[in-house]
Design a protein around this ligand. Structure first.
Ligand SMILES: C[S@@+](CC[C@H](N)C(=O)[O-])C[C@H]1O[C@@H](n2cnc3c(N)ncnc32)[C@H](O)[C@@H]1O
Length: 210
């Protein structure tokens, strides 16, 4: 399998600097920062969650690499109550807490590196762009196993792991996850046409534990 070329997006320093700037923007003019891959993807994932009858308003959600926490804010707006976010950048967590506090939402945030540990058990583990960022690190082969071990351990047996990636196709993710998870659904994502071929800009997939 071909790996991606390492980039600064695979380092904590990059994210710390970025969130420091976003904290300043939020304080200055209330801008919460980037919604990675756009609001349309969030809407599509919400739609999938809402139509899944086994997910209730009290189901326990974890957003891995939650950044500014806007995905959890959207879940809170939709009435979901058991919401948790982790990010290895302390500045991301400071920003996410400020945004939730301003809107009066109870969301549990903590600073945590998913490659080191994951405390708690969850019904839904969501990742939008975090596995992508981790994949841009030079140590990806070692990190992939740590990431998958921790996400697998933290997911309840009948839980869902929802992941959105702009770096990997469904076939590549299926292959990388094959010892841990099986794909059970494909959240429709916007398509583009180029040179007569149709493709997806991002892939959103739902996995269950093996
Ligand atoms: C592309 S951003 C996506 C942020 C958020 N999920 C969203 O959709 O807006 C990637 C996030 O992953 C976080 N991250 C990267 N590696 C991580 C790790 N090992 N543990 C926890 N968070 C990590 C970064 O700090 C950053 O917030």
């Amino acid at each position: 399998m071909e790996e991606l070329q390492a980039s600064e997006l695979g380092t904590r320093e990059y994210w710390d600097n970025r969130y420091k700037e976003e904290i300043a923007n939020f304080k200055d003019h209330g801008d919460p920062g980037e919604i990675w891959f756009g609001e349309d993807i969030v809407e599509r994932i919400m739609k999938w969650i809402k139509k899944n009858v086994s997910i209730t308003k009290n189901s326990k959600f974890l957003d891995v690499g939650c950044g500014n926490g806007m995905f959890l804010i959207e879940l809170a707006v939709q009435g979901y109550t058991n919401l948790h976010g982790i990010d290895y950048s302390e500045d991301a967590i400071i920003l996410a807490k400020s945004i939730a506090q301003k809107q009066d939402f109870q969301i549990q945030y903590s600073t945590c590196n998913i490659l080191e540990r994951l405390e708690g058990q969850f019904d839904i583990i969501h990742d939008k762009g975090t596995y992508d960022a981790i994949s841009l690190n030079a140590n990806i082969q070692e990190y992939r196993i740590k990431y998958l071990d921790n996400v697998h351990k933290g997911l309840n047996n009948d839980g869902f792991f929802i992941i959105t990636s702009c770096n990997w196709t469904k076939d590549e993710l299926d292959q990388q996850f094959q010892n841990y998870f099986v794909c059970v659904d494909n959240v429709p994502t916007p398509q583009f046409k180029f040179g007569g071929k149709t493709g997806n800009i991002v892939t959103s997939l739902v996995y269950k534990k093996l």
